[in-house]
Design a protein around this ligand. Structure first.
Ligand code: ZN
Length: 185
């Protein structure tokens, strides 16, 4: 649980440090606004997707399950600026499947925390392996990073793509190719 009061004090100090006047009209409510917003956008801190992926259904003989284009918003832990885009999440069940909306929920748990795209991608794949015990899992994340667009090398529109494969997806090139084809890559 976030400490709202601490965040408010920190934001006030941050504004002062920037050379701003935290008491001027437009900024007066900003610390409390940010504290409330942080509760939402960092709601995944310390959470696992167990409540979403823990309930499975049996589905023998099921082929690859792919949920593509899951829109997510996350925060780069190096700059505390947003990165956002789409996650494509696949697994090859070994008798157990999960409700489709639960995959998007699992993505959200890992996105709503200070994060790195590489870690986000791996955490989603590892959670699928842990909770569903599938034959394999594969996750691709495509995102734009505001820390790249707004500062430094200033490359708006650049997409960072990360891919993680586990189990049979790591072992079999054909499965990875099937995944890329289904994702439309
Ligand atoms: Zn960054």
């Amino acid at each position: 649980m976030a400490d709202r009061e601490k965040i408010e004090r920190a934001v006030t100090l941050l504004l002062e440090g920037m050379g701003e006047d935290p008491s001027r009209e437009g900024l007066a409510e900003t610390p409390s606004r940010i504290a409330r917003m942080y509760e939402e956008i960092f709601a995944g801190i310390g959470k696992t997707p167990e409540s979403y992926l823990g309930k499975t259904f049996s589905a023998e003989g099921s082929g690859m399950v792919l949920e593509k284009g899951i829109v997510f918003y996350s925060t780069c832990e190096h700059h505390l600026l947003p990165f956002y885009g789409k996650a494509h999440v696949a697994y090859l069940p070994d008798g157990k499947v999960v409700g489709l909306s639960k995959l998007a929920r699992a993505v959200e748990v890992y996105a709503r925390r200070p994060q790195l795209q590489e870690r986000l991608t791996a955490q989603i794949a590892d959670a699928l392996m842990e909770y569903l015990q599938p034959k394999g899992a594969m996750v691709m994340v495509e995102a734009e990073h505001m820390c790249m667009a707004m500062r430094g090398i200033k490359k708006p529109g650049a997409q960072t793509v990360t891919v993680v494969s586990r189990g049979v997806f790591a072992e079999e090139k054909e499965l990875r190719e099937e995944f890329f084809q289904m994702v439309g890559r």
